[in-house]
Structures are given as structure tokens and as C-alpha cells.
Design a protein around this ligand. Structure first.
Ligand code: FMN
Length: 328
């Protein structure tokens, strides 16, 4: 099932581990890359020293291609400098103005993937020099910029960008989803929520239990629910006590919200996580995890068991192959 995406990034399978802040450990990234997919590391959440050490850790764990994800809403020159200095040759940029990052990355020999949620944004990204586009539909978990579903978005983006490989994101959780997006013209699938149940992911046990129990109907898309620390960034999460409390109060803005100021959890370094804060409930967080932003896509109904990441990749690829053969 080698596609243009596989040839461009020198990987065996058209499966991308979506970058997932704090959750996507070096072990998870390397496991997906070692299994023939492309692991993307969400290193924008770290300061310079940790970012560098995470890149080195991934390199210790795999000699296969992997990439680093940087958030353009918090664009930081040092982060790009460190990636290029460490020889990272695949960069994934998301959310907003990429500034001079594409030019600098390409001048250093790196390939750049830009996330887009409309055909117009994808066209602009290609004009900037993107080597591939991640087309993120609104089924996706985590921060979601657009409001168009994967089914409608992917063919529109494919038509808009010509030969540039398109990677479909949002709601793809098994081989049927991979086969479906390949049929829509995508060159690979970018999968987040399904990998939250990978053995190598850093996911708090309470969050994991809720993901495993959730149906496709248990997520909500919110414009500004978890807007402390990252305002104006719509997102999809599991519904929980915080979303219920806020909706019951008529979705008021910050400053007028019930439970505002509640300290919900602590990070290992003692840092506090407050209600309405944008924070991934990773394994080491301690506290009232259920009330924290438990990012999840609608594909969560297909997430049923904890498995090694390599097994997830293998299952998805084999199932997609079987589906495609059955359609012939
Ligand atoms: C827990 C979680 C954290 C995420 N963090 C990031 C991130 O740091 N950077 C990014 O580009 N996308 C992030 N996303 C979005 C994913 O990259 C991807 O677009 C999404 O997971 C795809 O949809 P799916 O969850 O239905 O597979 C995150 C998603 C989740 C579920």
C-alpha cells in the first residue's frame, strides 16, 4: 500500500501518528516509526533543553524517519533552531501564521507538513512551500481549527493542491477509515485518538478508562471552553463535569464561570492545572482528572483496548488492505 506519502517520507505504511501534546512520548513516536508509520513528536510544549533531549531520545529509539510538531500560535525561533540543529528533517506546523519557518526549514533540507482545515488554507500552505498537507476535519480530537468534516474536506483539499500529498486527519481510527480516506484521494491517514490507547502513550489511567468506555457521541466541540493558556482555539474533548457545569450556566465567558479558579490537578513539577485550562491529562498529572480537558475525537467509539503501538499500526494497515481487496 505504498503511496506518494510513503515515497516522499521514506516510510512503509501510509499511517501517521498524530502529534499529541504531552501524550506523544518518544517511546510512542519511535514505536510508530519502527512499525513503518511516521511518528510525529509534539515538542512545541517544551522549553529548549527538554525539546533537544526529546529529539535525542527518539533518535536513540529509532533509526527510521520521524518528525517534530511546532505550534505557530506560540511560534518560537529557538524551537525551530534546535530542531534544525539536531538534524530533524520533517517538521509539522499547525495553527496560524508560519512566518519564515517554512523557508528556513526547507533551506536546511527539511520537509514541511502544514495542517489546514479548508481548501483555501491548504492552497496557501502549498504556495508557502509545504511538501504535504494535513487536512484536519472537525471530527478530530484536540484543537481543531475548522468546522468541515473529514469526508467533505479531504476531497476538496485533494482537488485544490494537485500533486502535493494530502494526509487526512479526524475520525480515522481503524483500517476502514484508512481505506476510506485513500478512496477520497488522501495519501495517508493522520491518527490521534486511536493511539491514545497505545501502551507507549502517556495517558492518565482515569482518562484512558473514559476513552475506552466512550461512544462516538461522547465528545463535544467547543469554541472556547478550555481557553485558559490558549484562547481562541476551538477544540474537541470528552464531555465531562466541567463542560456540563459550563453549559448549564449558559456558556459564560471567563470571569463569569462556575468553578472558575478551582485547582484541579498538579504537574510533577508542582505546577497547577485549573478548571477551564487547556491541559492534556498525561500519566503523571495528579488530581481531579475527570474535570480536566480530556481531548478526544469522535473516532473514540472505535477505541476499545490497550495495545502496543506497533500492533495498532499493523492492524490498521492489514484491515485497510482487506477492505480495499473486498471492494475490487
Ligand atoms: C490528546 C490530543 C492532543 C493533541 N495535541 C496536538 C498537538 O500538540 N499538535 C497538533 O498539531 N495536533 C494535536 N492534536 C490533534 C491531532 O494532531 C490530530 O489532528 C487529531 O488527533 C486527529 O483526529 P483523531 O483524534 O480523530 O484521530 C491533538 C489531539 C489529541 C487527541
Amino acid at each position: 500500500m505504498a503511496t506518494d506519502f510513503c515515497r516522499l517520507f521514506s516510510v512503509k505504511h501510509p499511517v501517521v501518528l498524530a502529534p499529541m501534546g504531552r501524550v506523544g512520548t518518544p517511546e510512542l513516536v519511535a514505536a510508530v516509526s519502527n512499525a513503518g508509520g511516521l511518528g510525529l513528536a509534539p515538542l512545541w510544549v517544551y522549553g529548549p533543553d527538554k525539546l533537544r533531549s526529546e529529539v535525542r531520545r527518539i533518535r536513540d529509539l529509532t533509526d527510521k524517519p520521524f518528525g517534530v510538531n511546532l505550534n505557530m500560535d506560540f511560534r518560537n525561533d529557538d524551537q525551530l533552531d534546535i530542531c534544525l540543529d539536531e538534524g530533524v528533517d520533517i517538521l509539522s506546523l499547525f495553527w496560524g501564521d508560519t512566518g519564515d519557518f517554512v523557508g528556513r526549514a526547507k533551506a536546511a533540507g527539511a520537509k514541511v507538513i502544514i495542517t489546514a482545515s479548508t481548501a483555501a488554507d491548504a492552497t496557501e500552505a502549498v504556495a508557502l512551500g509545504a511538501d504535504a498537507i494535513c487536512a484536519q476535519g472537525w471530527e478530530a480530537g484536540g484543537h481543531v481549527e475548522g468546522t468541515v468534516s473529514t469526508m467533505a474536506l479531504v476531497p476538496a483539499v485533494v482537488d485544490a493542491v494537485g500533486d502535493v500529498p494530502v494526509i487526512a486527519a479526524g475520525g480515522i481510527a481503524d483500517g476502514r477509515g484508512l481505506a476510506a480516506v485513500l478512496a477520497l484521494g488522501a495519501s495517508a491517514a493522520w491518527i490521534g485518538t486511536r493511539f491514545l490507547s497505545a501502551k507507549e502513550a502517556s495517558v492518565h489511567p482515569e482518562y484512558l478508562a473514559r476513552l475506552l468506555a466512550a461512544t462516538e457521541n461522547d465528545t463535544g466541540h467547543y469554541d472556547n471552553l478550555y481557553d485558559i493558556d490558549w484562547p481562541n482555539a476551538p477544540h474537541r474533548t470528552l464531555k465531562n463535569s466541567t463542560s456540563a457545569m459550563w453549559e448549564a450556566a449558559g456558556k459564560p465567558p471567563l470571569g463569569q464561570r462556575p468553578g472558575e479558579g478551582d485547582m484541579l490537578a498538579r504537574r510533577p513539577d508542582g505546577g497547577e492545572v485549573f478548571r477551564y485550562e487547556s491541559a492534556s491529562p498525561y500519566a503523571e498529572l495528579k488530581g481531579e482528572i475527570e474535570a480536566v480537558s480530556m481531548w478526544s475525537g469522535q473516532g473514540v467509539g472505535l477505541v476499545r483496548e490497550v495495545q502496543p503501538a506497533a500492533e495498532i499500526v499493523r492492524e490498521i494497515v492489514e484491515e485497510a488492505g482487506a477492505v480495499i481487496r473486498s471492494l475490487r
